[in-house]
Write a new protein. Sequence first.
Length: 267
Amino acid sequence: MDQLPAYALGALEPTETEIVVRHLQSCSACRAELESYQAVTALLPYAAQIHAVPVRSRAALLSRIDAIGTQNIEQLVVLQPGPRQRHGWVRRVPRLAWAGSTLVAAVLVIFVVSSVLMQDRIQEQQAELKDSHDRESRAVDVLLNQRYTTPLTSSAAAPNAQGKLLVNLADNIAMLLVRDMPAAAGETSYVVWLRFGDEYARIGPLELQEDGRGTLIVAPPDQLNRYNTLVITLENDAGSPLPTGPEILTGSIQPQSGSSKQAMLTE
């Protein structure tokens, strides 16, 4: 059903939404298809970029905090003077002053180091969120602008595994959706490849959820239509430049007879 991606994004008109809802009530295949789209759109709210607080605003806030103890009479704490000692207090003044200066210097050092570490962490989080935002934006583009869908074929290594590839050759991008994948045992992991003859291009690892589902944006190093097959293998070394493990799922990148936007995962 062509309207499922837009329905998952909440982009349909009320009348179109009602049509999709009625169709989903009687079509289990489309409900399974919709779950794959919703798994992607559920991550979109977390893709917003963090904006740093302006320096002037931070300075104003700190000034207000410092002024609380002096501007609010109710929060003032008045210390009663203790009994003055008659002997020896004069000699302790330089020592107390030196200890106070050392303490202030230590606090300043800790503050500077903490500020630097916090700033580095904020920058890392902003970079992570930007990458996440870019990935989700590309996923939305594929969902809305897909040209065709091709199914993947399972092997004897995982006979129940299912998958499909949503292809957008015009924008040189695709999205891989899999389900019922067996969990990778031990140190093994799933890796996605593009193949043309004996030539392979490594796309990257495929991470699975606990229920055996997985999603991956396929962004090739060159042109997607240069390759004819997508391959998922089970590798002992996730960083291997060439596949060495068994093939789990394979599928054509080029449109096949019967491939369309309506192609769905079977139950």
